[in-house]
Ligand binder design. Structure first.
Ligand SMILES: [Zn+2]
Length: 854
């Protein structure tokens, strides 16, 4: 089921070439006769030719299908099989197309289309997987109702929509809501359910189920609660009600993505739905709640209103990520969620935006759309919506969303449609704002200030570096939230939003008796890099006094970066004033523990590397690692007398609850424990490991011990305890590599690929080892090149099985131009080795080519 090797340069698709399909699809009927190696799919589809179609050709997508027979209006036809599908002569009037194909789900390791996972059948059709199930116009702007009959011996046979009948060995489903094929789903297996129900605000009862393999029933309750909270929240906040009689979620072990929003039948990577206190960390619980919400919210933003073509992917993803972030902020802590999101944005999206893979949130070309499920499309797409909301205000945002649902329900839409509802609802011209969708790269905003006679002026200059295919950029609309503090710490001007629209622009604040301290880009009001000449004293002042929690954290993050940079470049000692500020903050029990934990979490070593690169210094990963170690050791010594008290004060008593407050305390407790372990060699961590009754504390203790190279017996005990739990074993695999010292990381990862429980075909397990290697900054970038070699070797091996996951993991190399010429040469050899692999997939070919060329 592998993609055909590109014999010539792979085809490139362009946004500007869009043409609607030449036929209406009035109804789709599918029958599946399931068999692991020879499933038969019978399709019966009613087509009606459109008048004056721009492209009247009857072309149906199809890949890796064995065509058994085809008919039009009951008469056999012989379509011409061409690259990527078939063409056929058709009548000028509406007609019925029938086809029977055979597919091989058991051999499908790419996990696209219909495949098997641990004995169950399941599907993944986004983006272009449906064409591996049957011949069809597999494009999101073709929407139709689907009726599905499944014949198989499995106990549970599921598809989209509502059940319409079932008997021994068969079940039928009908989805009344027209949908594109990428939202089609089928599941068949010997599954058990965790049932519940939800009554919508108009009084409709909806049956809810989470379907799992026997033995996992006890891990569904949290996910079910998250689902019900999501359903209620979407009614309360967006006025959106659920629209079928039943909503099913299925957990699948082998899955390329996190989860998929198929209409009425969401399919989840089991890591994103199964949870229990014994096997899941607080971070797992929070992520599961967010992903369940995300997929559920797609029912309106993605399913009822979908994308016209895949270039518009951020229309559904940016909006839905934005909505799930709002949900998490409402369920938990708004500032903490914002800080977490910005950390993730800087870790994943900024490197993408500043490297060879940079692309706008709405790309204008692609070879393989699977390569554009990126942080730019998702997270930057969400940032763009956050800016829009800030610019028009909350009431106008709500009005525009109402108009969007009213106007476009049942349609396949574009970014233009989306912006038009905001223009119509607010009367605002958004043509300049639209540049956020078409321009790649992270804008840099330089700020300077001037104070005289009570007037305080901030001057902003924006520019965006060149990105592949976009040498020059026009100024964008950038909302900059600013507050002003008096030198004694009080706020003299509350937050207001300045609208930067020019390349250079000044804003003046009058009537200020003394020169204020500015707090700029509060709540991270725009995804930009702010550059301002300031002092560590002023940063420490903001860390102590800023009334905006995000900027308070940001000041600490900037101090952390500055001290690391001077440690690396000048061999300086850790900054004493910063250590004092950290100590004060961590001991301040009036502050939210989750916030304190975030302030205590250092910037990643990759972020320090980027920071050095931005200052024109070639980063040395080993020196960055050493600075991180020295800093943490110095901080532990500075806090020595307080650590035992802080550890005790942040220990949560009573039975484990995955709530935000408990999670915040445990996050801080985990940070304290890691510092404590640097002083006591792991005594406290060993006690915690022994006593832990939940995974958060067990895992935190194990991580601290392994980092201290004193956790061998606990690691073995952990393995013995959890070896039959796939999700917990993913943690164990990842931790071995994440905790390894730089010169050992590649060796540890290499050994793990030979472990009896390493399974390359399982994306979670592959990512656990290879993702952890790429994330071990000094280990991956070890001067020997062993990290690069090992990753490349494994990517080459995986590509023939699973191109999608292979291609995504190639992004580990995207920052390669930051490093010295010796490392660049080592990486180039590996990238060229991947590219020269015979039969390389289109997915990986495109990714590696872009990384090499950029
Ligand atoms: Zn999504």
């Amino acid at each position: 089921m592998k993609d055909a090797a590109p014999t010539t340069a792979p085809e490139t698709f362009y946004l500007k070439d869009y043409k609607p399909f030449g036929f209406e699809v009035e109804a789709v009927e599918l029958t599946f006769k399931l068999a692991p190696n020879s499933t038969r799919v019978l399709s019966k589809i009613r087509f009606a030719p459109k008048e004056n179609a721009a492209d009247p050709r009857f072309f149906l997508h199809g890949e890796a299908l064995k065509l058994i027979s085809a008919k039009i209006d009951g008469a056999p036809v012989t379509p011409e099989l061409i690259a990527g599908g078939l063409i056929c002569d058709t009548p000028d009037t509406p007609f019925t197309w029938e086809a029977e194909v055979e597919i091989d789900p058991a051999a499908n390791t790419a996990l696209e289309g219909l495949y098997m996972s641990s004995g169950m059948y399941c599907t993944q059709c986004e983006a272009e997987g449906f064409r591996k199930i049957t011949y069809y116009p597999d494009r999101p702007d073709v929407m139709s109702t689907f009726s599905v009959r499944i014949e198989g011996n499995e106990k549970v046979l599921l598809s989209n929509g509502n059940p319409t009948g079932s008997g021994d060995g068969w079940a039928e489903w009908h989805d009344p809501w027209p949908k594109p094929a990428y939202l089609f789903a089928l599941v068949a297996g010997d599954l058990v359910n965790h049932p519940d129900s939800f009554t919508t605000r108009s009084g409709k009862d909806v049956e809810l189920n989470i379907w799992v393999r026997p033995g996992d029933e006890g891990k569904c309750a949290f996910g079910m609660e998250a689902l019900k909270k999501s359903m209620k929240w979407d009614e309360d906040v967006y006025g959106r009600e659920y629209d079928l009689d039943i909503f099913n979620i299925v957990a699948v072990d082998d899955f390329n993505m996190g989860a998929m929003e198929n209409k009425g039948l969401n399919i989840f990577n089991s890591s994103c739905v199964l949870a229990s206190p014994e096997t899941s960390t607080d971070a797992n619980f929070e992520r599961i709640e967010a992903i369940i919400a995300h997929e559920y919210f797609h029912n309106w933003t993605g399913n009822r209103i979908t994308c016209r073509d895949w270039f518009q992917l951020c229309l559904k993803e940016g909006l839905t990520v934005f909505r799930d972030a709002q949900f998490t902020a409402d369920m938990r802590s708004e500032p903490v969620k914002r800080i977490e999101d910005v950390i993730a944005l800087r870790a994943r999206q900024f490197p993408e935006d500043n490297g060879p893979l940079a692309h706008p949130p709405r790309p204008e070309q692609f070879q393989e759309i699977n390569n554009f499920y990126t942080a730019t499309v998702y997270e930057k797409g969400a940032e763009v919506i956050g800016m829009l909301k800030r610019l028009v205000g909350d009431e106008n945002y709500a009005a525009a969303l109402d108009l969007y649902f009213d106007r476009h329900d049942g349609q396949a839409c574009t970014i233009e449609d989306w912006l038009k509802v905001f223009e119509d609802a607010t009367g605002r011209d958004l043509s300049q704002f639209k540049l956020w969708y078409s321009q790649a790269g992270t804008p840099q905003v330089q700020v300077s200030e001037d104070y005289a006679d009570g007037h305080y002026t901030l001057t902003f200059e924006q520019s965006t570096p060149p990105t592949p295919g976009q040498p020059d950029k026009a100024p964008r609309v950038i909302p900059i939230a600013v507050g002003l503090l008096s030198p004694n710490g009080g706020e003299v001007r509350a937050t207001e939003v300045l609208e930067l629209t020019e390349a250079k622009q000044s804003f003046t604040f009058d009537g200020l008796a003394t020169k204020p301290v500015p707090s700029i880009l509060r709540e991270f009001s725009a995804p930009v890099i702010l550059e301002r000449e300031t002092t560590n004293a002023e940063r420490a002042f903001l860390l102590a006094h800023d009334t905006d929690p995000f900027n308070r954290w940001e000041a600490g993050n900037a101090l952390a970066t500055e001290t690391r940079v001077s440690m690396v470049t000048e061999g300086a000692a850790p900054d004493g004033a910063y250590l004092d500020a950290l100590e004060k903050l961590v001991r301040d029990d009036t502050l939210d523990p989750a916030f304190r934990a975030l302030v205590l979490s250092p910037p990643s070593q990759s972020e320090i590397a980027q920071s050095l690169h931005n200052r024109g210094v070639t980063p040395d990963p080993q020196k960055i690692y050493d600075a991180a170690e020295t800093f943490a050791q110095t901080l532990a010594q500075q806090l020595e007398t307080s650590l035992p008290r802080l550890y005790a004060a942040t220990t949560v008593d009573g039975p484990y609850q995955p709530d935000a407050h408990g999670a915040g305390l445990r996050a801080l407790n985990g940070r304290i424990l890691s510092l404590l372990t640097r002083l006591d060699g792991g005594e406290q961590a060993a006690r915690q490991y022994q006593a832990a009754d939940n995974m958060t504390q067990q895992y935190a203790a194990l991580a601290s011990l392994m980092k201290a190279e004193n956790g061998e017996s606990q690691s073995q005990a952990f393995f013995d305890q959890w070896q039959s739990d796939r999700l917990v074993m993913d943690k164990w695999f990842a931790l071995q590599v994440a905790c390894a010292a730089p010169d050992a990381a590649a060796g540890v990862a290499s050994d793990l690929t030979g472990h009896a429980l390493f399974d390359m075909k399982n994306p979670n397990r592959f990512r656990a080892v290879m993702g952890a290697l790429a994330g071990n900054h000094a280990g991956f970038h070890h001067v020997s090149g062993a990290g690069y070699q090992l990753l490349a070797k494994n990517l080459i091996a995986l590509d023939s099985l699973n191109p999608q996951t292979t291609a995504r993991m190639c992004a580990a190399f995207q920052t390669w131009k930051r490093y010295d010429s010796a490392r660049q040469a080592l990486i180039r050899v590996e990238l060229e080795r991947i590219l020269a692999t015979e039969g390389l997939s289109r997915d990986t070919h495109e990714m590696v080519s872009r990384i090499l060329q950029g």
